[in-house]
Write a protein that binds this ligand. Structure first.
Ligand code: 4PL
Length: 244
């Protein structure tokens, strides 16, 4: 018995990193999982591992989001859970953030999250049930360097989460976010973020480097039926990082 038995979940950015661990965890809890990712091949591999469905999607393109939702509903019958995980995780010093780089982050992290919420919530409403979990970041509290534009998008994700909880509560839909700290995965390991692992661990109450698998259970809980009295919240899952 899993806490998501019989549920259908859509996970954006589910092909790698934290998203992949979320796909695996939701499937382990009994959900049928739709992996939506801009990388179609990796999405297929992630979906195959859980007998799920892969749909190549650029979440910042409204036509593609509409088609994703239509296909998911057609093939799976409904959407119960949406995890908005897809995002660009940059390492860009402030001096290198020009308007183009700013817009690149806004397009994927914020426009993409909006479009997914817009169209998936429309598909959830007739069922009077839904769980939306957005991935924020503890960097919006910490003021982490080299990600000013990213932090602006993730602050937007937190605020949108609270607002949508209000808008959708009357339809049986909860909307929450999970805010991870820096975790190790194939992407962060290969990025300048990896240089901050030891410093990050030194700020944590739990002195160990986090992984994608450390984040997924918080998402699965908020995605479950039993979390139904929690909405509009941001659950910080970062081993108790202190910011001072
Ligand atoms: C503390 O969300 O929250 C690096 C990279 N360091 O993406 C993040 C911290 C990163 C973070 C993040």
């Amino acid at each position: 018995m899993g806490k998501l038995d019989g549920r259908v979940a859509v996970v954006s950015g589910g092909a790698q990193g934290i998203g992949r661990a979320i796909v695996d965890k939701l499937a382990a809890e009994g959900a049928g999982v739709v992996v939506a990712d801009i990388d179609g091949e990796k999405a297929q591999a992630a979906a195959d591992a859980v007998e799920g469905l892969a749909i190549q999607t650029d979440i910042a393109e409204e036509d593609q989001v509409k088609s994703l939702v239509a296909t998911a509903v057609e093939k799976c019958g409904k959407i119960d859970v949406l995890v908005n995980n897809a995002a660009i995780v940059p390492f860009t010093p402030w001096d290198d953030i020009d308007f183009e780089e700013w817009r690149r982050l806004m397009r994927v992290n914020l426009d993409g999250t909006f479009l997914m919420c817009r169209h998936v919530s429309d598909a959830m409403r007739p069922n009077e049930y839904g769980r939306i979990v957005n991935i924020a970041s503890n960097s919006i509290i910490a003021g982490t360097p080299n990600m000013a534009h990213y932090e602006a998008t993730k602050g937007g994700v937190m605020a949108l989460t609270r607002a949508l909880a209000t808008e959708l509560g009357g339809h049986g839909i909860t909307v929450n976010s999970v805010a991870p700290g820096l975790t190790s995965n194939e992407n962060t390991d290969a990025s300048p973020h990896a240089n901050a692992y030891d410093f990050g661990v030194s700020l944590q109450a739990l002195p160990r480097r986090g992984t994608s698998e450390d984040i997924a259970p918080a998402v699965a809980f908020l995605a479950s039926e039993e979390a139904g009295w929690i909405t509009g919240q941001m659950l910080v899952s970062d081993a108790g990082m202190r910011y001072y």
